[in-house]
Design a protein around this ligand. Structure first.
Ligand SMILES: C[S@@+](CC[C@H](N)C(=O)[O-])C[C@H]1O[C@@H](n2cnc3c(N)ncnc32)[C@H](O)[C@@H]1O
Length: 250
């Protein structure tokens, strides 16, 4: 059971669900901090969400630009950064088609966002854009997960993520994994929210991860003009699968 801080003014929305399902993950932060401290320049966080990684790195003194396709999540990221006195830039954009007119020393793609880009074509477009935004010698680091790692369909489902705040209780139960015909994996979660006046909302959320392994992303990186550097590994935790982190140098 994970309990990230929950701040709800009205009914729960994308920010609260995002925080509940992603906000407590910390296993990758040491790697991003280490890469950031060695980068020596501006950092671009792709699929930054509400800022789990961006705010951590900005708190360490790094200059970070947060890019996400969701204006709602980025607005919350900007609010949180502002309330901590952190100067963070935000860009609402699709990672497959962005132009920031800026050059970065490090581009991070945490938490499998690289598997949300619509397959090889989407990744190719992203890789080309990332390379254009990296200074020569700059590094792209992208985490890849196998949602089926350690998955045992006969085992009882994992504990739900749970958070409480403002009179609300949110639960997100991972209920199923489905194989897609194209090789992707759909993760299905049942979300329930119970409000202070007994209101109850229920929805099923489905996210499909593209099939991807490190060797494939490295091959795509070479095609996009990157030099492949040694991979990193983020260990699995009790709750989260581990990740391979592909490292590509511009
Ligand atoms: C799994 S969350 C990761 C959030 C955050 N990086 C973290 O580690 O907590 C994936 C994020 O990618 C964003 N995203 C999905 N597709 C995207 C796209 N095509 N371009 C930019 N962002 C995208 C989502 O809005 C979401 O915030």
């Amino acid at each position: 059971v994970i309990t990230p801080p929950l701040r709800i003014d009205g009914a729960p929305g994308p920010v609260e669900w995002h925080d509940l399902e992603c906000g407590s993950y910390r296993a990758d932060l040491p790697l991003w901090r280490d890469l950031a401290s060695r980068a020596g320049g501006r950092i671009l966080d792709i699929g930054a969400g509400t800022g789990r990684v961006t705010i951590d790195l900005a708190s360490c003194g790094h200059e970070v630009t947060a890019l996400d396709i969701s204006p709602v999540l980025l607005a919350e990221l900007a609010r949180r950064a502002g309330s901590r006195g952190l100067a963070v830039s935000t860009a609402v954009a699709d990672a497959r088609d962005f132009e920031l007119y800026a050059s970065f020393a490090l581009c991070l793609v945490p938490m499998q966002t690289i598997q949300l880009l619509g397959g090889a074509r989407g990744r190719g477009a992203f890789l080309a854009g990332a390379r254009r935004h990296l200074r020569p010698g700059g590094l792209l680091a992208a985490a890849i997960a196998n949602a089926r790692e350690g998955y045992d369909p006969s085992a009882p489902p994992p504990d739900p993520d749970v958070a409480e705040g403002g009179g609300w209780r949110l639960e997100s139960h991972p209920v199923a994994l489905h194989d897609e015909p194209g090789g992707g994996t759909t993760i299905e979660r049942l979300r329930t929210a119970t409000g202070p006046d007994g209101q109850r909302f229920e929805e099923v959320d489905r996210v499909t991860l593209d099939p991807l392994d490190a060797a494939t992303l490295e091959r795509e990186g070479r095609i996009a003009g990157f030099e492949v550097r040694p991979r990193e590994r983020i260990a699995a935790t009790d709750v989260y699968v581990g990740s391979d982190v592909v490292m590509l140098r511009a």
